[in-house]
Write a protein that binds this ligand. Sequence first.
Ligand SMILES: Cc1cc2nc3c(=O)[nH]c(=O)nc-3n(C[C@H](O)[C@H](O)[C@H](O)COP(=O)(O)OP(=O)(O)OC[C@H]3O[C@@H](n4cnc5c(N)ncnc54)[C@H](O)[C@@H]3O)c2cc1C
Length: 300
Amino acid sequence: MAKIKKEDLSFVKGAVRLDEPMSPHTAFKIGGPAEAWVSPSDEDDLLNVLRYAGENNIDTFIIGGGSKLLVGDKGIRGIVLSLEAPAFGALVFEDQALTAGCGIKTRELMKKAAEKDLGGLEFLAGIPGTLGGALIMNAGWPTKAIGDLVEEVTAVKDLKKIKLGKSDLKFSYRDSNLKGIVLLSARLRLEKKAKDEAEAEINKNFEKKRKTQDLGFPSAGSVFLNPSGTSPAWELIEKSGFKGKARGNAVVSVKHANFIVNRGNAKAADVKRLMDEIQKKVFKDSEIMLKLEVKLIGEF
Ligand SMILES: Cc1cc2nc3c(=O)[nH]c(=O)nc-3n(C[C@H](O)[C@H](O)[C@H](O)COP(=O)(O)OP(=O)(O)OC[C@H]3O[C@@H](n4cnc5c(N)ncnc54)[C@H](O)[C@@H]3O)c2cc1C
């Protein structure tokens, strides 16, 4: 497959960058270059890019805030699409609901809802990324998750705009049935809550996160899903002796053993090696095969 050239994408109204390093686009601050990184200016622009990619057999990957991704050191072939343009972050408020563009950052979403005396999103405090990523991952903490609030999702599937109602949507622990489509917006059911009350709850949640999670270095949050019916992943990893273990500059956090942190210019290969070693040793010690929560993207 021939490499994508700048002129191939000259029809794009938004931003186009070739060989774009992915490290600045991920919370881990790790990752080789995307063959093309495109930020369409609006829905028509997005559809044109998707059509072009389909016609030319080019892979596409939608990136949100990059906070759950480990991108390989050799980068990503094809087009990485970012919905960071303002057109993908619009908000429409109702009395006890709001419709939000999937490119909006969760932090802004929470803040803007609170300003309109709407509550229910405070659990998103300290969960970085965009609404799109949160929906795909059914992001949540500690017992609440975004899927509980979703009434309708608008998306692009096979180059057509579709609407998915409650009966079409399935959310489970850090998972959803929304893969393989581009999420454009979602209608969320919220509740009336005074701004001060919502903001106090947001601050309290941020504080709790600061106490329990390792936020001093770049990471992708929890690396492994908590297995059901047994100890949480961090406890199994700690029991297997990985706290503080390093491979290059990738280190298992001493504060939270299910976090791998980037102590500076860590390679994706270092992180991957640690992940593989943890999986093997935890299986040997506890007979539990930990499953990755982090998504591995591109070539390693
Ligand atoms: C310090 C830290 C703490 C964290 N704490 C938590 C926590 O407490 N709870 C929790 O649940 N998570 C947590 N996370 C993980 C992360 O914040 C969430 O998974 C977040 O919802 C991912 O959103 P994102 O926009 O960054 O998605 P990305 O990482 O960019 O992408 C994740 C997936 O979503 C897809 N995607 C993104 N946007 C779209 C779209 N518009 N259409 C289609 N697909 C899309 C991507 O293709 C990818 O498959 C934490 C991460 C960090 C770094």
